[in-house]
Write a protein that binds this ligand. Structure first.
Ligand SMILES: C[S@@+](CC[C@H](N)C(=O)[O-])C[C@H]1O[C@@H](n2cnc3c(N)ncnc32)[C@H](O)[C@@H]1O
Length: 264
């Protein structure tokens, strides 16, 4: 199950899109996304990224694929009246989706590859759905580039590494970032690139990143016996000391891999 606390996760995803969009927008436009195009947004979640994408294709279309019923419901309600372009939301998984080959100018897959059981197969499908000359962009993390803080917090980092290893045992591939290039290459895409966006606390300060660093979302791991109450307490006090530190800074590197379907 991807979601344990739906409102909290929706808030975290909104904060992530709000903070990353200006740089993601720059990369999408740089890779050729422009008005009139047909876009497939794979794993569209609660719809915040869809809303931003729609500003780039007011005369185009967006097809959203999202399996989680609570997120489909949120996106359906949220996007009403907020989006000018044509759009539809299909409730299905990457493994089960069946779309028409050669039908999209752009495919965007944002922070979903870490959850896929068979990411290579899904990439083959996404590549098939692209028109010749179309572009696939996959955005995700690699846990060996962990969040960085000033001041450094080695104790919290060790506990977060433990939490991540539990996530890995539950099937999440938290080291997926390093594999994105080869997924694209093996799906036959060319003109490959690997870039990064830095999510950071910047002028707004660390409090503006709280939805990302608040450890409350790890509470299910305490209930499951994978983290102790004492470790949660350490995580909470490390966030408190971070937000009250005079020189506090937080950043996280998010990878963006892209490739193009060769012209037939
Ligand atoms: C971290 S959220 C990102 C949502 C959205 N892309 C965004 O950036 O705001 C991960 C998304 O992947 C979706 N997801 C998880 N497993 C999936 C699968 N097998 N196929 C398609 N989507 C999946 C989840 O339902 C969720 O919407």
């Amino acid at each position: 199950m991807y979601l344990s606390d739906v409102p909290r996760e929706i808030n975290r995803l909104q904060n992530q899109v709000d903070r990353m969009w200006p740089k993601e927008r720059r990369n999408l436009v740089g890779l050729g996304l422009k008005d009139g195009m047909s876009v497939l947004e794979f794993a569209s979640g609660p719809g915040f990224f869809t809303e931003r994408l729609a500003t780039l294709v007011p005369n185009g279309s967006i097809t959203c694929v999202e399996p989680e019923p609570a997120l489909v419901k949120h996106a359906t309600e949220y996007l009403k009246g907020r989006v000018g372009c044509r759009y539809e939301i299909l409730q299905t998984t990457g493994e089960a989706m069946e779309l028409k080959d050669n039908s999209f100018d752009f495919v965007v897959a944002r922070i979903v590859y870490q959850f896929l059981r068979d990411p290579a197969l899904v990439t083959q499908k996404l590549a098939r759905y692209l028109k010749p000359g179309g572009t696939l962009i996959i955005t995700d993390y690699d846990a060996e580039i962990p969040p960085i803080t000033e001041p450094p917090q080695p104790e919290a980092r060790a506990i977060l590494a433990k939490a991540m290893s539990v996530g890995a045992q539950m099937g999440a591939n938290l080291l997926v970032g390093r594999r994105l290039w080869n997924f694209l290459k093996n799906a036959g895409l060319t003109e490959l690139d690997l870039d990064a966006v830095v999510f950071h606390s910047g002028t707004e300060g660390v409090r503006s990143c709280l939805p990302q660093i608040d450890p409350t979302r790890l509470e299910p791991l305490v209930k499951a016996g994978a983290l102790t109450e004492a470790e949660m307490k350490t995580l909470r006090s490390s966030v408190d000391s971070l937000v009250t530190s005079k020189d506090a800074f937080y950043f996280r590197v998010v990878l963006m891999a892209s490739g193009r379907k060769p012209l037939a």
